[in-house]
Design a binder for this molecule. Structure first.
Ligand code: COA
Length: 174
């Protein structure tokens, strides 16, 4: 058993890009833990990334800049290895809608098998963010819609710039 209560929580994700739903969870965690590390997965296994890892990290850093106890770091490889390397015993996952549950349940139990000392903590974002995902935001902007209700202004600007560059035949991860 550990004799000290955890003061650090890791919040992993692809963040392609970070949304107001993610930010909502980061703010909640920052109010509960001394330190929050937002772990940006370099290899998410998801096809069709819009932003490179460095771009996703830069956007996340900009968005959490006013939260002094939140850091943003790149995560290569396994989540449990990242947590161990940072001395974290708690990781945060968001549950937005019921359909998130099955995937999250599987992931939490797998991570527990891999690292029994690490707990997964679930939190819910505000209802208004329960339908948001990074791919929905990318889709809205790609069809010329307005994603301002779902992402911070700096992220919307970068989305628009990237999509315009793509439409012109340049820009984006290799
Ligand atoms: N607000 C808004 N959107 C949210 C959200 C929230 N609070 N929480 C999740 N989402 C969205 C994400 O943007 C993402 O959208 P997308 O699919 O359109 O890109 C979607 O919901 C799924 O999010 P999530 O389940 O967090 O997936 P992810 O790809 O962002 O993160 C990792 C998954 C990176 C955490 C996971 O793949 C991982 O741990 N990888 C490391 C390798 C590893 O250890 N594997 C074994 C795991 S058991």
């Amino acid at each position: 058993m550990h004799d000290r209560k955890p003061s650090l929580i890791v919040y992993p994700g692809t963040f392609d890009p970070i949304t107001l739903g993610h930010l909502d969870l980061v703010q909640r965690a920052a109010g509960l833990f001394d330190r929050v590390i937002l772990a940006v997965a370099a290899q998410s296994g998801k096809p069709g990334a819009l932003f490179t890892t460095d771009e996703r990290i830069a956007m996340a850093r900009e968005v959490v800049a006013d939260l002094p106890n939140v850091e943003v770091e790149r995560m290569d490889g396994m989540l449990v290895d990242f947590c161990r390397a940072h001395g974290a015993r708690v990781l945060l996952r968001g549950i937005r809608v019921y359909s998130d549950f099955e995937y999250e349940f599987q992931m939490a139990l797998t991570n527990r098998k891999l690292a029994p000392e690490i707990e997964t903590l679930f939190m819910m974002p505000k209802e208004e963010h329960s339908c948001v995902s990074s791919s929905i935001v990318r889709e809205i902007e790609s069809f010329g819609g307005d994603s301002a209700r779902f992402v911070p202004p700096a992220v919307q600007r970068r989305l628009q710039e990237r999509l315009a560059a793509r439409a012109a035949g340049k820009g984006g991860p290799a």
